[in-house]
Ligand binder design. Structure first.
Ligand code: ZN
Length: 139
């Protein structure tokens, strides 16, 4: 795969250097049968160093995960070799099925069919709380 010329796919740019691998794993890219390039420590005028992920396939990507791992990353959507959309991803208010509640007595731990839903309660310190039992994640 030529990492510079994606025809149809997604380029996740401006990832904080060192976060690319974590994002790669959380997005489940290792499990997909598509061409993915993780480029680490790219020199960036704006950031010093950054990571970039290029996905050469038109697949849905959970942008909430990107916003959770690295708010400020940009996602470029490419169709037929052209940039068609560019989004700066913010930390999402609600995270569904990304985090797992650590409280063993939480209803979401007991009832398997319930979604794991976390709400952002402190953007500055990146704190999320389980909507069922208020258990804190992060911070
Ligand atoms: Zn909970």
């Amino acid at each position: 795969m030529n990492v510079d010329s994606i025809q149809n796919g997604i380029v996740i740019d401006h990832i904080t250097a060192g976060q690319g691998m974590r994002l790669y794993e959380l997005l489940g890219l290792d499990e997909l049968d598509v061409s993915v390039a993780l480029i680490k420590n790219v020199v960036s005028k704006k950031m010093g160093r950054k990571d970039i992920i290029k996905i050469d396939a038109d697949i849905p990507v959970n942008v909430d995960i990107i916003g959770f791992v690295d708010p400020g990353a940009t996602v470029n959507f490419i169709k037929n070799g052209e940039l068609v959309d560019k989004k700066t991803i913010e930390m999402p208010e609600i995270l569904t099925n990304v985090l797992k509640c650590k409280n063993p007595r939480c209803i979401s731990s007991c009832e398997q069919e319930l979604s794991q839903i976390f709400r952002l309660t402190d953007r500055e310190h990146k704190v999320y709380r389980c909507i069922y039992c208020e258990t804190k994640w992060g911070g």
